[in-house]
Design a protein around this ligand. Sequence first.
Ligand code: CUK
Ligand code: CUA
Length: 768
Amino acid sequence: MKPTAKRTLSILAGLGIGLAASTSAWSNSTLEQVMKARNLTQKDLLAAAKTYTPSGGRDEFIAFSSGGQSGQVIVYGIPSMRILKYIGVFTPEPWQGYGYEEESRKVLAQGNIQGKSITYGDTHHPAISETKGEYNGRYLFINDKANPRIAVIDLHDFETKQIVVNPLYKSAHGGAFVTENTEYVIEAAQYAAPYENKFVPLEEFNEKYRGGITYWKFNNEKGRIEQENSFSVEAPPYSQDLSDAGKGPSHGWSFTNSFCSERYVGGIERGRPPFEAGCSSKDTDFLHVVNWKKAEELVKAGKAKKINGHNVITMDVAAKEGVLFLIPEPKSPHGVDVSPDGKFIIVAGKLDSHVTVYSFDKIQAAIKAKKFEGKDPYGLPIIALKDAAHKQVQLGLGPLHTQYDSKKCVVYTSLYVDSMVAKCDYCEGKVLDKLSIHYNIGHLMTMEGDSVTPQGKYLVAMNKLAIDRFNPVGPLHPQNHQLIDISGEKMELLYDMPLPLGEPHYVVSIKADRLQPTVRYKSGTDSRTDERHPYATRAGREKTERTCDNGKCTIHIWGTAIRSHLTPEIVEAEVGDEIYFHITNLERAQDQTHGFAIYGHDAQMSLEPGKTATAYMKADKEGVYPYYCTEFCSALHLEMQGYLLVRPKGYKATAATMQEGQKYTKADYETQVKTNVETQGVIDSVVAFITSHNYQEFPTVVALVEDATDQLEFAKDAKAKSEAAAGKQDWQNAMLWANQWWQYQVKAADLGLRAKTHLEENGAKKIK
Ligand code: CUK
Ligand code: CUA
């Protein structure tokens, strides 16, 4: 706005005159007026009403979206489509301190590839842990396609706990998918490569390059993958794509498709036709059907071969023992999705306009009867398509992925080329409805749609690069998640949500009430191991230790954070020291997160209540390094600060006293004490209110009371120090300690008032 225009506005405002034309329509609007002003239809209003979530309202479903190339996971609510969290997974995420403190750096380092740190991921498929095929809300898994890795996120705190690197593959796409009771997390290879980390010429592609399907053993109690109990089934270099695990009758089996069973190796530089021509020339590829239960038994019986220290069921063993079967599937297909009852497997054609519905019963009958139409070049038995297919349904161009409805036999398939969602009855093989979506749809997702209990209601279409949909933000467009109402006969588009973090291939959603996230850690927890942190400490036990060995000195700080100070406030070091700030957040109130950052070092921590984390730095340059709390945690947050002083080697301190900018008198001290006594009156009345109610039945209040009690203890201590100084007529320190005593009182009062409000709002009962 031009300065003159601004002045005119401010003069008008001074005279009490608003800009009538533009404001009156808004200030006192009826629904009709808003519709007119914003050009909205009845249908728009209905859609808005179905998604709008009033302030304080909650969502019915929580979605976990792959963050694509961001290497993160995006958490949002449905139907509001409000983003709730980004979880750092393969990529550092500074707000959460992920990759900026030592505990999470260790998790990221588990994902090193052949010794190299890789700090991003190309995430594709999140999966929620299951019990009997139902989501149990405990863990989330996600894969990295670029560097074959699987990450484990614990949904009790939404933090990444573990990253495992696939010991065989150089690319992996068909993960993460979990088996019915999360016995295993499935990860299938994509671009074939030699298992060994060695050079093998492309001329030896057929003999030495391999695909495969890995079954990561998951320990549901510990919440960790057990690498030593995991195994892989070797597969031909067919470019395996997506996977899904069997359920119910097909439990114990898994399904993985492929898109280049031509085994074509491009090389336009060598005058050869490119990959895309060679990999789509045949009419069919192969669905891989794996009896993983059988493979598991073979591993236990010692029939696995150790490759790179990992158990591998080789193809000859797989063929001989009936572990791996192939079935033709048209044509360079994409998604493979098992039905909730476990009886059907739907494969989407991608270059074929059909989806093919395979019957698990028919597959089993063929295997039992040893009815094969032949063997592939690796000796794997091939079941004829006609012997395994239940139906083929013609849908449209570019079918990619399928999701199940709560209504029996009803599925939704994304049509990439047509930019549509097709709804069909796969039992009867009938198309029921089609809806044009915005643009290039990849995956789609119904609520709990890949579990045994699909919830129906909503579908999210994940569209690639949202051209023309949002305000332009430069040549890289956001992605577009479109929310669709599937509760009726006809699908109805409700909402467009831009996602600006990467290409989120797949999303999973869960009923919100299946999640039980915690609000604080047990005091002194290393959140990445969920165990007590070896350097955790308690209030009053803070200490700093410097130990030297052969001239190399290390400083460990057992520090704490609590409103509103960091302990210690001064750390002295010498050039060359290695410094570890282990800070425990002593708070119990759930919103009392503190942070930690320091000048000139790549360290930043998020310290949620109870957490202990470690900022590491090497003091390689002399200087003054302020550090502070990075989370606006209280009115005195800015005062949560300290100094790291790094002296040059051999520095001689000159005797001097600390200088202070302000001198205090006896009168100042007495004024402060008077304030403190009055404040104590307020605290006493709040305490009386709380203790006269059944506050112990309210865990939130109990935590607040515990924190407040701590603060009052500190206040008592400061009061004693203040009085001792006053006894010596040291008014300077008497006043400062009296002020500190008051600071503690204020925090206690703040906590107490919050507890009181909570009791009042939640109908606490008077008990005395
Ligand atoms: S994939 Cu991207 S649209 Cu990785 Cu599941 Cu299909
Ligand atoms: Cu603690 Cu800001």
